[in-house]
Design a protein around this ligand. Structure first.
Ligand code: 2RA
Length: 330
């Protein structure tokens, strides 16, 4: 497979190169693409250095697939150019996610809907991916009525500048560049992305709308509070979910332990539960603190953690490419 990675020098782009190498995606030629000021810089893939090229050169090289992590406006401009040249685009930005003509794919749930005609495929938001991977098997069995989710999100979701802000603050570096309006070390910021007219943030509404689209059920009610915390290993989520029918808690644990992409970490006697510390650099979604909410019928509490740069971004995109390649759709 000839593979282009667009946005190859960013935090997610670098992770995409790492994940492509680690998962041994059959890359025969690699075309790292970045903005004009990065052209000529080098990135590393499987111990070899590759020069960053322009998007025009990448299109001319006719890769089978282009994995994008270059931001929404770049994607809106460039993805159709790649697609018009017959190149399948897997896009990590929010640009195409809610476009009814584009599929929003988490391979464990809905890769089966993909066909060779899908030339721009959207990768969902990180906080949505980990939640739906854990909840979908339960939805199939009990039917989800309502989800209340609060997130605890890693600064890596914002990008390199935010990671630098956190470590600069920790080292007491004065006047370092700020990714956030406020200090993040020793703080918690209850705002991810911009505020919308309804008082929710864009990140919160992504969790509402993307969940419904991926789970193919517009009746699922979702309400979210998304929060940034001074952590780098992954996003954590406290999820309260009400089902249409009642469940047996041991059966819930069994369903989760058998669900694709899910690892149950729930041993109270040993104080074992998911944490970003353990999820970091892993591809799975970790679920623990599985318990009944006794305040209303058919309701469950869960704690869900995953590495947002991996399953929340790069791994999910590479898994889509693996699916397409395995089915001969590239
Ligand atoms: C964040 N969800 O964590 C974003 C990244 N896509 O800020």
């Amino acid at each position: 497979m000839k593979v282009a990675v667009v946005g190859a020098t960013g935090l997610v782009g670098s992770k995409m190169l790492q994940v492509l190498a680690e998962r041994n995606f059959p890359v025969t030629e690699l075309f790292p693409v970045a903005s004009e000021r990065s052209i000529g810089k080098e990135v590393e893939f499987k111990g070899k250095k590759y020069k960053v090229i322009s998007y025009e050169d990448a299109i001319a090289a006719k890769p089978n697939v282009a994995i994008f992590s270059a931001g929404g406006s770049t994607s809106l401009e460039l993805a159709p150019k790649f697609a018009a040249a017959g190149i399948t685009v897997i896009d990590n930005s929010s640009a195409w996610r809610m476009d009814p003509s584009k599929k929003l794919v988490v391979p464990e749930l809905n890769a089966d809907a993909l066909t060779a005609e899908d030339k721009i495929i959207a990768n969902p938001n990180c906080s949505t991916i980990q939640m739906v991977v854990a909840l979908n098997p339960l939805h199939k069995k009990y039917g989800i009525k309502r989800i209340v989710v609060s997130t605890y999100q890693s600064v890596t979701g914002t990008g390199k500048k935010a990671v630098d802000q956190l470590y600069n603050e920790r080292k007491n570096v004065a006047d370092g560049p700020m990714a956030y309006k406020y200090p993040i070390d020793l703080n918690v910021i209850p705002q991810i992305d911009v505020f919308l007219d309804n008082g929710y943030t864009k990140e919160e509404m992504k969790m509402v709308n993307e969940t419904r689209k991926i789970m193919r059920d517009d009746n699922i009610m979702v309400t979210a509070t998304t929060v940034r915390i001074p952590v780098v290993g992954g996003h954590s989520e406290s999820v309260n979910v009400e089902f249409n029918s009642d469940f047996d808690i041991e059966e819930v644990k069994k369903i989760l332990s058998e669900a694709p992409g899910v690892v149950v970490q729930d041993d109270l006697s040993a104080q074992v539960y998911p944490m970003p510390l353990w999820a970091h650099e892993k591809d799975e979604v970790f679920v623990g603190r599985i318990r009944r909410d006794d305040t209303q019928p058919n309701t469950l509490n869960l704690w869900i953690v995953s590495d947002n740069l991996r399953k929340g971004a790069a791994t999910n995109a590479v898994q889509i490419a693996e699916y397409l390649s395995g089915k001969g759709l590239l």
